[in-house]
Design a protein around this ligand. Structure first.
Ligand code: C2E
Ligand code: CA
Ligand code: CA
Ligand code: CA
Length: 278
């Protein structure tokens, strides 16, 4: 069977062959990755206006023995398409909460943790029960959790979403709208949504300095957010120049390589220690 597979693959053009192999290989490897301990979490600091870390965004990593490092925007879509996402999502949730709990115990320092929740994950019937169960099992106490949900979620069934979002907030969690500005959410929907934060997509920050259209866009996003009394977080901040401009436009939270790359548990400890001594 495997041989037959290989032979038929040769019929394709090189680029197609690669694409075909990638998807199948990715899926097969990903299926085993969880058991092989190849997945782990990294945490990217999020900074206040004053330059103090107030939170982190949890990001998943896959270091595959077979394939090398596979970026999340490559394997998450595969996980979703192949039905592996619930299992992967569980791992992400569990590992993050566990690590944050021990971080807190070890460092005596607590902060907000933002988890990326894919749309599919969020729309699953038992998403909330699941999350609640995890939080209770791990006995989280002081940890403030934020769920990052991409803007494209909000074109889904609003009648279903609204009570769910309200429930999440009543549990003391907060909600951030990720990649804001890249989707289609209308202002009237935005006004109805119980959210706490808008996250300005990196693509706008990237071109902020040279592109006046990007600047106008960021300006609009910030004024919309301020009108709705939301916090505004900019992602992908790499230069001081970008930071200065974002601050001038009224942005109040910052995340990007200028402050720190996503850090593993040990490196996050070092980062926090260095912050404390400033
Ligand atoms: P995202 O949620 O928009 O995450 C931000 C991405 O920008 C991350 O890439 C982060 O490492 C990167 N980044 C942050 N600051 C900078 C910067 O200053 N410069 C540059 N060049 N990049 C920066 P990453 O970790 O590769 O994640 C890519 C995407 O994969 C994420 O985009 C998110 O959509 C998805 N993802 C990652 N981890 C998870 C997860 O645990 N669950 C889910 N559902 N999706 C995840
Ligand atoms: Ca995110
Ligand atoms: Ca984002
Ligand atoms: Ca993004």
């Amino acid at each position: 069977e495997a041989k037959k597979h290989k032979n038929s693959v040769r019929l394709f053009a090189p680029s197609m062959q690669e694409g075909y192999l990638n998807r199948v290989t990715l899926e097969q490897n990903l299926r085993q990755a969880l058991g092989k301990n190849e997945l782990y979490m990294v945490y990217q600091p999020q900074m206040t206006h004053e330059g103090v870390m107030y939170g982190v965004e949890a990001l998943v990593r896959w270091n595959s023995k077979e394939l090398g490092i596979v970026p999340p925007d490559k394997f998450i879509p595969v996980a979703e398409a192949s039905g592996l996402m619930p299992k992967l999502g569980d791992f992400i949730m569990k590992r993050t909460l566990e690590e944050m709990k021990s971080f807190q115990e070890e460092m005596g320092f607590s902060f907000q943790v933002s988890l990326n929740i894919s749309i599919k994950q969020f729309m699953e019937a038992n998403f909330l029960e699941h999350l609640t169960h995890e939080i209770e099992t791990i006995k989280l106490t002081n940890i403030v959790l934020c769920l990052e949900i991409t803007e494209s979620l909000f074109i889904e069934d609003i009648e279903y979403l609204l009570p769910l979002l309200q429930k999440i907030r009543s549990m003391g969690l907060s909600i951030s709208m990720d990649d804001f500005g890249t989707g289609y959410s209308s202002l009237s929907i935005l006004r109805k949504l119980p959210i706490d934060e808008l996250k300005i997509d990196k693509s706008f920050v990237d071109t902020l300095i040279e592109d006046i259209t990007a600047e106008k866009m960021v300006q609009n996003i910030i004024s919309i957010g301020k009108n709705l009394e939301l916090a505004i977080l900019a992602e992908g901040v790499e230069t001081k120049e970008q930071e200065v401009k974002l601050k001038r436009l009224g942005c109040d939270r910052f995340q990007g390589y200028l402050y720190a790359k996503p850090l593993n548990y040990e490196d996050l400890k070092l980062f926090v220690k260095a912050q404390k001594t400033v």
